[in-house]
Design a protein around this ligand. Structure first.
Ligand code: NAD
Length: 296
């Protein structure tokens, strides 16, 4: 993927070295892409401290022996588009007071000023405050918060970063199968948010394709024991279920999602847009669970 060398990416949603955002950062860095990060405002300081103290050094290692580096790390809260959207109590929160300009529009302006245009945008973030509640028990507030942080945030990112992305650039988000199939336990309106994200991927592919000449795709990833997934509560069981029941009987590696993301960002995928690409060892294609006791 030599065309990726020297390109610039903004990755929104890296908080440690365990999630998909980190794996995508590594896969793009392996291809010579310059990495700029957006880290959720309340965890910015802890992320920077861990990074500087060497907590991530082992996983920073790239195949060429060099260490993964970030050109700049911005505070970002993708639940807000402009400062006018930020509620007073959040503005006053000490983790937010110490940083300015963390809304999507403000970060896009800063990136433009500091780096000029980018080529690749990765949206690797989601938040559903009531994710542990069944949809049937989810409040309006919780449902709208899930949609806002996990789906509309991508629309807003395309609105604000689209104009600073070079032609033929690539936008990518991460989604999950619960958008289209029942996955008990993926609650709080998160299944609805992922369905919106996938639908928006198609509409934005059309609109932003026309307006900015960029491609918009989403990867429907299998389970990974990231920090966000652990918060849902049963991620280890989901990983075991996939290993037993997916067509490919192997653990899913975050790096496999990373390499699919690098492919989608590259010219090799120049005709691919509006797509939900499954990177899940094939589980999405199964109708029957092979480890069901009924079949034994
Ligand atoms: P993760 O914890 O590494 O990433 C989620 C990130 O979102 C965190 O860094 C968090 O700080 C950030 N975030 C939350 N709210 C935010 C906000 N308002 N503004 C900015 N950042 C915010 O976990 P992950 O599982 O790698 O999640 C990345 C993406 O992958 C998500 O979209 C998730 O839904 C998706 N995904 C995960 C799995 C899985 O099993 N882990 C499966 C399929 C899809």
């Amino acid at each position: 993927m030599h065309d990726l060398k020297g390109k610039k990416t903004f990755i929104a949603g890296v908080g440690d070295d365990q999630g998909y955002g980190w794996a995508i950062a590594k896969a793009l860095a392996e291809q010579g892409v310059e990495i700029i990060l957006g880290v959720w405002t309340p965890i910015l300081n802890i992320f920077k401290k861990n990074f500087e103290n060497g907590k991530f050094d082992v996983s920073r290692k790239l195949q060429n022996g060099k260490l993964l580096t970030f050109s700049k790390i911005y505070a970002l809260d993708a639940a807000f588009d402009t400062q006018d959207d930020v509620p007073e109590e959040i503005k006053m929160n000490k983790r937010y007071q110490s940083v300015d300009g963390y809304t999507i529009s403000e970060v896009a302006k800063k990136v433009k000023k500091d780096f000029g245009n980018i080529d690749i945008f990765i949206h690797s973030l989601a938040n559903g405050p009531e994710v542990k509640l069944p949809l049937l028990e989810t409040s309006r507030k919780g449902y709208l918060a899930a949609i806002s942080a996990s789906a509309y945030s991508f629309v807003s990112c395309v609105q604000h970063f689209g104009p600073i992305t070079n032609a033929h650039g690539s936008f990518l988000s991460l989604t999950y199968l619960a958008s289209e199939r029942i996955v008990p336990g993926y609650g709080g309106g998160m299944s609805s948010a992922k369905a919106a994200l996938e639908s928006d991927t198609r509409m934005l592919a059309f609109e932003a394709g026309k307006k900015f000449n960029i491609r918009i795709n989403t990867i429907s990833a299998g389970p990974l024991a990231s920090r966000a997934a652990k918060a849902i509560g049963f991620i280890e069981k989901m990983c075991a279920y996939y290993e037993k029941n997916a067509p490919l009987k192997k653990p899913l590696k975050a790096a496999e999602v990373g390499s699919a993301a690098a492919f989608l960002a590259s010219d090799m995928a120049s005709a691919i847009t509006g797509v939900t690409l499954y990177v899940d060892n094939g589980l999405h294609a199964m109708a029957i669970s092979q480890d069901s006791p009924t079949l034994m």
